[in-house]
Design a protein around this ligand. Structure first.
Ligand SMILES: [Zn+2]
Length: 236
């Protein structure tokens, strides 16, 4: 699947979860009670969209590889080598658990700077995948991405007072949405990695085909807007 489809599927998963699930699930593993404000819902949508690109950290020519120019490119090459190549370790439930708990642990033990660095990276991914900063992979595109993500991070720093309890859930959910999307392609995913079983329900025969770009991704985007509107207007 294309980065754009992955990002919109992450956004849809977040808005669906926010509409349907109780707050204790959204703030797992912190299990906090309280409330999620409209600003959290909207920020969470962009951050989950960005998190839906994370599993492709094993792909040296994917969206995530171009997000921060040469830095992310070499990081992806390294991750690809240690995780066993494309669609191995990072396309598994083990990876979803790792990033969920990693986010929680980072927020908990490392504090605010970790949260803001992660927010910056996820926003850069969302901006890149949704083509908000223009298309292409050259310096002009990734510098625009960095500037937009930095502005978003300052906004989040201002609006979200403390470490957001829903962030680990958003990161895990985005990654999970990515895996489900990849399972719809011919190649499938090894969800139970390191076991060799491959899960695939090949409904999308070729990455970027017309069904994906003209129907699925726009429907995901519309569904996200509808669910956010529903959740925000039905808040007590
Ligand atoms: Zn993938």
């Amino acid at each position: 699947m294309l980065g754009y489809s992955h990002a919109t599927s992450g956004a849809l998963a977040w808005s669906g979860a926010a509409a349907a699930l109780p707050l204790t699930v959204l703030t797992y593993p912190a299990m906090q009670s309280g409330e999620i404000r409209a600003v959290d819902l909207i920020m969470g949508t962009f951050l989950t969209a960005g998190a839906a690109l994370l599993p492709d950290a094993d792909h040296p020519s994917g969206t995530i590889s171009h997000v921060l120019g040469p830095v992310s490119h070499y990081a992806c090459k390294f991750i690809s080598t240690i995780s066993g190549g494309h669609r191995h370790g990072t396309h598994s439930f083990a990876f979803v658990a790792l990033v969920t708990y990693g986010t929680w642990a980072g927020e908990h033990w490392l504090g605010r700077w970790f949260t803001l660095a992660l927010v910056f990276f996820l926003l850069a991914l969302a901006v890149k995948a949704l083509n908000l900063g223009g298309t292409g992979d050259g310096p002009r595109a990734w510098i625009t991405d960095i500037v937009l993500a930095a502005c978003g991070t300052f906004a989040i720093d201002h609006w979200i007072s403390d470490k957001p309890a829903w962030l680990p859930f958003a990161v895990g959910l985005g990654s999970l949405a990515h895996l489900l999307g990849d399972c719809l392609t011919d190649r499938g995913c090894r969800l139970l990695w390191p076991f060799k079983v491959r899960t695939r329900v090949p409904l999308i025969d070729r990455t970027g085909n017309k069904v994906e770009t003209l129907i699925i991704a726009p429907l995901f985007a519309l569904g996200t807007l509808a669910l956010l509107w529903y959740t925000i207007t039905n808040q007590p």
